[in-house]
Design a protein around this ligand. Sequence first.
Ligand code: AMP
Length: 199
Amino acid sequence: MNQPNTIHAFTIFGPPGCGKGTQAAMIKERLNFLHVSTGDIFRAAIARQDPLAMKAKELMERGELVPDGVISGMLMNELKAILDQSTGARGIILDGFPRTLGQAALLQELLEKLNLHFTGAISLRVPEELLVERLLKRAQIENRPDDTEDVVRERMRVYREKTQPLEDYFKQRNQLIEVDGVGSLEEVYERLIPIIQSW
Ligand code: AMP
């Protein structure tokens, strides 16, 4: 941790099914971080029938990304609300944002506006065959509309095209940390701890 009063933020990203949401929730619980998931924010906005979210709902159901403007507006509101309420948290985990190079530029703006210090981007790596298997299992448990096989494959394609370039983006800035996402939840969590503790 560097300056006092500066709130730290890091992002965790990876292909659909890599386990980022679960790991982020574990980090939140055990290390007292705030967890901000753009997927959860978007699902909550759909559940309360927010008009902007309802317009983009179909995109999510097809496995596409929601336009950057929709996501960034919702994320900004959520971050402001969460920062107002929270005291004593060690930092913020951004889960599922940024997901495009455009969003990476928005991230910079957002950090500056909210006076957050960016510590890095964790890329959780899992081979594709394992991901499809995991996602189809999750489809049975969570009943998510975007976990059917066709949609899962589309989400993988979108990931490769739009999100994977972020690896190079963060690497060029010396902000990329690659972590092996294969193993049990606890095994993966143990790999993340020393990285996060060092911030
Ligand atoms: P997730 O729960 O992170 O897997 O997100 C579920 C879906 O919500 C994604 O497949 C997208 O349709 C949408 N979504 C979540 N985060 C973003 C984002 N940062 N940019 C665009 N779309 C997003």
